[in-house]
Design a protein around this ligand. Structure first.
Ligand code: TSB
Ligand code: ZN
Length: 651
């Protein structure tokens, strides 16, 4: 047998016989490592521990606590779950089971939704199968043979997936016991490696996320390498559930969905509308200072406009279908840009007018797939903190950076610290389809954006293939309480559409030039931003956003008249204040205010009536003593005006 040289990540080398596996190497290093390791990288390729090695290579070994190893563990647990489900419910059809952040799911075609008891049964079965220490074996087949294999088993979804793959490709299958799945791998060497797992929830999910397809039954779960890690994660999930905007939004009466209105079409309740208005005030104030003009546009538009803009070519899937009006196709608008371009074009422009910045909280409608809808965060009707900036090439970097600065300033106000800036680039392979076909302009514009960001000292990661169809963009990513990722702010360059619209300005020499356009939405849409804020604050809004800023609590009915007077005085000072006029005990009224997350309680009784004062109690700071009306009004007014952050983030 020939000898091969194995190089480890620390640079050290070891000599082994050809045919050795990563697991053998781990055993050679130490028993503990051999026990903990779940997968390996062989010359950078993530592989099974049983992969034979027959040449000199670099090897890295991963245990279940490393990101690579954890992902393998998650994926193997998804297989274990599918195996258990098939054991218990032999009629089930298996579909796909990917990993997600700190978890996995598997979608099954099954006649009825899985119940809580089903989950318990499945979990028990998984424990049994794990204990059996079943070896997990990889097998490679030609696509055709793999297709036949699953066809014979009656697993039609797998056949459908394989039939979409190139016929000449080799396909890998992983088997454990009686169970075989189509999978790239790698996987843990045997089922006993899967110890600390939990099945979490179930939901319906359409095959391929498309509501025209069959509804499948999805089961979510998670796994960790250590018991302590699993426990910590489950605790975190419990906490996150309490912050979930879908739950808090209902409890705090912020928004609702109604079957008769339709999925993804939120209704703002009065409390939510207060927050919407407060955000609009902030945006209008900020945009006014930053030199924006406000414009307004209709919700309906002729199809011809979207042919010109390219939306019908590149964005049709996300648009509601046309409606016929007097023999012409009309669409509800998915974006505000084409209208703003028309506004630009309505009056001739010279270089002296640029940059021009048109802002609108524009209402858009998008046909998001029903499987993608998520509370307020992904909806079908939305109001966007939109603006389009028309500028010269020379002005571009300054304008682009000013937009970045604007959303970083907003993040300061809201205390948003956990976010990631992503520079989304085009994919040259998709020019002409997903992206406007201007290869040189793409490269040039992407470079200009990079330079602007570097000049501003901003940190970002580059993601190819995520650009808008009209140019590169910066997206700011945030995460919902339960870990789903969303784009909040966006800042996009458009080097293509102004030309299509024939937008021009006359330059210093009297020549006609085409401006660049920046599309931006620092505060996202009201829907996504407020969904995010509910979770970010855990419902404890800062005073300036709080739907009810103070509640007056009369000690008894005798003081209702005085409570009325206090309310009038505060309202005339623009403070949102209510009275709890129920005949409950004072303790109960305070508890009620706390449950509704109202931060300021103004208690009035005999002494307060006599002295024209209020006793102030704050939710996080307790008793504040007696204050004159003037004093509390001026204190609250200042806190609101400063848009001060909340005192505490505790629930
Ligand atoms: C910024 N034309 C640009 C605009 O000028 C545009 O429409 N960009 S967008 O498509 O990226 O949307 C802007 C922002 O709206 C996104 O960054 C995201 O925060 C928010 N948004 C997009 N789709 C949805 C949706 N379905 N539900 C809630 N918010 C959404
Ligand atoms: Zn736009």
């Amino acid at each position: 047998m020939s000898q091969i040289k194995i190089t480890l990540p620390d640079g050290s080398t070891r000599s082994f016989e050809s045919g050795i596996t990563p697991l053998d190497i781990a055993s050679d290093i130490g028993e503990r490592l051999a026990n903990d390791v779940v997968c390996a990288k062989i010359d950078g390729v993530l592989s099974d521990l049983s992969t034979p090695i027959s040449q000199d290579v670099e090897i890295a070994l991963f245990d279940g606590r490393s990101p690579e190893g954890h992902d393998v563990l998650l994926h193997s647990t998804a297989h274990l779950m599918a195996q258990a489900v098939m054991d218990l419910y032999p009629d089930v059809q298996i579909t796909i089971g990917p990993t997600i952040e700190n978890g996995f799911f598997y979608d099954f075609d099954f006649s009825t939704p899985f119940s809580e008891e089903d989950l318990e049964k499945i979990e028990l079965k998984m424990k049994e199968l794990a204990k059996e220490s079943l070896p997990v074996m990889r097998k490679e087949l030609a696509a055709e043979d793999a297709s036949k294999y699953f066809n014979d088993l009656g697993q039609t979804y797998k056949v459908e997936i394989i039939n979409e793959i190139d016929k000449n490709e080799i396909i890998s299958l992983y088997s454990q016991g009686e169970f075989t799945d189509l999978c790239r791998g790698p996987h843990v060497p045997n089922t006993s490696k899967i110890k600390y797992f939990k099945l979490l929830t179930t939901s319906g999910a359409y095959w391929r996320g498309d509501e025209k397809n069959k509804m499948l039954q999805r089961i979510y779960g998670t796994v960790f390498a250590k018991k302590k890690e699993l426990k910590k994660h489950l605790r975190m999930l419990e906490e996150a559930k309490k912050r979930d905007h879908r739950k808090l939004g209902k409890e705090l009466e912020i928004f609702t969905f109604d079957d008769e209105v339709g999925p993804g079409l939120p209704l703002w309740l009065p409390n939510g509308t207060v927050i919407v208005d407060a955000l609009e005030d902030l945006a209008k104030e900020t945009e006014k200072r930053a030199g924006y003009d406000r414009v307004r546009t209709p919700h309906l538009t002729k199809g011809a406009l979207y042919e010109k803009s390219g939306h019908l070519d590149h964005y049709r899937e996300s648009m509601y279908p046309a409606m016929d009006m007097d023999g012409t196709d009309y669409y509800v608008k998915p974006m505000n840009c084409p209208h703003h371009h028309k506004i630009y074009d309505a009056v001739p422009k010279s270089y002296r007018d640029l940059p021009i910045r048109y802002a609108e909280y524009g209402t858009c409608y998008r046909y998001e797939k029903s499987g993608q809808l998520f509370g307020l965060m992904r909806v079908r009707s939305m109001q966007m903190n939109d603006a389009h900036i028309y500028c010269t090439t020379e002005q571009f970097k300054k304008e682009f950076l000013a937009v970045c600065k604007m959303y970083l300033d907003y993040f300061d106000i809201f205390g948003i610290e956990k976010y990631q800036m992503r520079l989304s680039l085009h994919d040259p392979k998709e020019l002409g389809q997903k992206y406007v076909n201007e290869p040189k302009l793409w490269v040039k514009t992407e470079q200009a954006v990079r330079e602007a960001l570097d000049k501003g000292g901003l940190n970002y990661v580059e993601i190819p293939g995520e650009a808008a169809f009209y140019g590169p963009k910066i997206d700011v990513q945030v995460w919902s309480a339960i870990g789903r990722e969303f784009t909040l702010a966006t800042n996009q360059v458009d080097f293509a559409i102004p030309e299509r619209f024939g937008l021009t300005y006359t330059d210093q020499n009297g020549d006609e030039k085409t401006p660049l356009c920046i599309h931006r939405a620092p505060l996202s849409t009201h829907e996504r931003f407020i969904g995010f804020l509910i979770e970010h604050y855990g419902g404890n809004f800062p005073l300036w956003l709080a739907p009810v800023q103070a509640i007056i609590i009369p000690i008894s009915d005798k003081y209702l008249d005085y409570a009325d007077e206090v309310q009038k005085e505060l309202i005339s000072n623009d403070i949102r204040v209510k009275i709890n006029n129920r005949s409950d005990k004072i303790g109960a009224k305070i508890r009620q205010a706390e449950l509704s997350k109202i931060n300021v309680m103004l208690i009035v009784g005999e002494k307060e009536l006599r002295d024209r004062t209020v006793s102030v109690r704050k939710r996080f700071d307790g008793d504040q003593g007696v204050q004159s009306l003037d004093a509390i009004i001026s204190e609250l007014t200042q806190e609101i005006k400063d848009r001060r952050p909340p005192h505490s983030q505790e629930n």
